[in-house]
Design a protein around this ligand. Sequence first.
Ligand code: NAP
Length: 199
Amino acid sequence: MRLGLIGGTFDPIHYGHLVTAEVARYELRLAKVVFVPAGQPPHKPGRQVSPALHRVAMVRLALTSNPHFELSTMEVERPGPSYTVDTVKEFQRLYREAEIWFITGADAVAEVPTWNRAEELLQLCRLVAVARPGYTLRGCAGKQTELPDLWRKIHVMQVPGVAVSSTEIREWVRMGKPIKYLLPEPVEEYIAQHGLYCG
Ligand code: NAP
């Protein structure tokens, strides 16, 4: 069976992530898609990321209406930086027969050659780079020689209607602009209740 893992900081989760997971499930014939919020994003030592408690709570609220979606708190419970290779290995141990497809943003995939044990990761799973309409993996071109296997293993998936980004949502909240229709209502309510992204 094919198992989809969708990784991200999810600060906050929005409809772009949800549409992506559903399109990937359908197109790649995934048995289910597990959302894996990153604990300590290894590449963001300088950026303030909301506490995992909030990010996980928002993902949980967003997933209730799709029986094919699940949440894993594996990365937030694991101490230290959240290396994708460790996560994929753990899912392989849990689902021995599964073929794992790791889905994330194309901008993040462009950086894969710099990820921890990238070659090992590429042996373990297929990567799905989610591209906003019009995006190309141009930025990775210079890194081709380092990991030739990368390009064969990447499945680029163009998802219509995912122009929304977590960065914009945080910015809009900070400016007092409405975020309605960009993310599920319970997530919007959670952000307001907890005063996230205001400061
Ligand atoms: P990011 O830098 O926050 O995101 C890069 C871009 O990709 C943003 O435009 C982001 O949009 C988009 N994106 C991120 N996740 C997405 C998703 N699931 N679906 C669609 N678009 C997505 O990247 P990140 O979230 O921190 O990292 C992405 C994944 O890569 C995480 O699972 C992280 O653990 C993993 N990672 C692993 C390593 C490593 O093992 N060394 C290093 C870096 C990243 P939004 O802001 O709207 O989400």
